[in-house]
Design a protein around this ligand. Structure first.
Ligand code: ADP
Length: 170
């Protein structure tokens, strides 16, 4: 059984086996954490992403980390919030689960996540946090590869929401 850590910080600075990118379905870069990861990784990341021909929402694809301290980047497009009756919860669950599966398949023992979909995709923070933490916890209860997951929260509101939910989870 692995451990979950919650920190406030910039995911592009974290030295782990894999960081997860809250990408869009083109995988060709964007704003927010996606833009920050591409900027820090350098142009070779975009070149590798071009060979992947996009990624459906909730799926996940892995690349190298290039100039990042992290060895790999796992790219997953989370769902755009459309009110909650467009399969958003299942798709967000899929994003976390498929990212963790890619990590395990590639022998990544340490993984860092941003708060997927709660930025410009407007997923309600409190709902997203519960899905994130329960999916990660449940995965690590059976998986033998992933030993440590770090939730990297960029802003204090996100950090406090994850801390609160983590304590409530017990
Ligand atoms: P999405 O499109 O999935 O909503 P965003 O990038 O807009 O993705 O936001 C997802 C979360 O990532 C937000 O909480 C945002 O504040 C955060 N974020 C932005 N830049 C970084 C970064 N460098 N490290 C970690 N989290 C970040």
């Amino acid at each position: 059984m692995g451990i979950i850590k919650i920190i406030q910080g910039d995911i592009t600075k974290i030295k782990v086996d894999a960081i997860v990118n809250a990408a869009n379905t083109t995988l060709l870069g964007g704003g927010g954490v996606d833009g920050a990861i591409h900027k820090a990784a350098g142009p070779k990341l975009l070149a590798e992403c071009r060979t992947l021909h996009g990624c459906p929402t909730g799926e996940a694809k892995i690349t190298k980390g290039y100039l990042l301290p992290a060895k790999h980047v796992i790219h997953t497009p989370g769902p755009i919030w459309h009110g909650g009756d467009h399969n958003e919860a299942q798709l967000l669950y899929n994003s976390y689960l498929n990212s963790l599966k890619r990590a395990a398949e590639n022998e990544c023992t340490t993984v860092a996540f941003p708060s997927i979909s709660t930025g410009v995709y407007h997923y309600p923070l409190d709902q997203a946090v519960k899905i994130a933490l329960t999916t990660i916890r449940d995965f690590m209860q059976t998986d033998q590869v992933v030993k440590e997951v770090v939730m990297v929260c960029f802003d204090v509101t996100t950090f406090e929401a994850y801390q609160r939910a983590y304590q409530e989870l017990g």
